[in-house]
Design a protein around this ligand. Structure first.
Ligand code: 5GP
Length: 199
């Protein structure tokens, strides 16, 4: 039977280490597709346009909203972020699992449109560690760091609405748990109906 692609939302507070975990998750996995978001924020050092994000102007972002090009979009700490719909659909049709690295408001919009999307929340081991990681990154002003921490506290409260909860104590653990979740979702009985009927 042809493998159908599934969509997985991965949310978690800014600074939780999602990018590092996702980078490791994608190693050697051409069955996974990373949904590259559009954003109006400036690139961080090392971020590549079209690979980490599509870095676009607020005007361009508004145009994409008007063209209904986003599966979801949200404002986050002063910038816009959105998921271009087309690539997600194309990847899923090609049988790939799509990973959406999006914050909680966007996650709610996706679930409203596509309730079969699987939601995974990644949390830091503790708050001190989160603040340390945000500070170490060195890309935000102290004010932005405080805004991101405040937002993180609000986001943590929504974790209960998610399907899975992963603590990023080490990258290896977090990746192993994410891989287990993706694998398990493909072993669900509704996914395996054809095989069941053919035995
Ligand atoms: P950062 O600026 O640290 O790259 O991202 C800030 C937050 O925006 C993160 O929580 C990230 O998951 C989220 N984010 C990234 N892309 C999107 C998107 O397309 N839509 C939404 N709603 N959030 C996104």
């Amino acid at each position: 039977m042809e493998r159908k692609g599934k969509a997985f939302i991965i949310s978690g507070p800014s600074g939780v280490g999602k990018s590092t975990v996702l980078k490791a998750l994608f190693e050697g996995r051409d069955d996974l597709y990373f949904s590259v978001s559009a954003t109006t924020r400036d690139p961080r050092p090392g971020e590549v346009n079209g690979q980490h994000y599509h870095f676009i102007s607020p005007e361009q972002f508004m145009q994409w909203i008007n063209e209904d090009a986003f599966l979801e979009y949200a404002q986050y700490v002063g910038n816009f972020y959105g998921t271009p719909m087309r690539y997600v659909d194309e990847a899923m049709e090609a049988g790939k699992d799509v990973i959406l690295d999006i914050e909680v408001q966007g996650a709610m919009q996706v679930i409203a449109k596509r309730p079969d999307t699987i939601r995974i929340f990644i949390a830091p081991p503790d708050w001190d560690e989160l603040e340390r990681r945000l500070t170490m990154r060195g890309t935000d002003t102290p004010e932005k760091i405080q805004q991101r921490l405040l937002r993180a506290k609000v986001e943590m409260k929504t974790a209960m609405d998610y399907d899975y909860f992963v603590i990023n104590s080490t990258v290896e653990n977090a990746v192993a748990e994410l891989r287990a979740i993706i694998l398990a979702e493909h072993c669900r009985i509704d996914e395996r109906m054809d095989e069941l009927m053919n035995i």
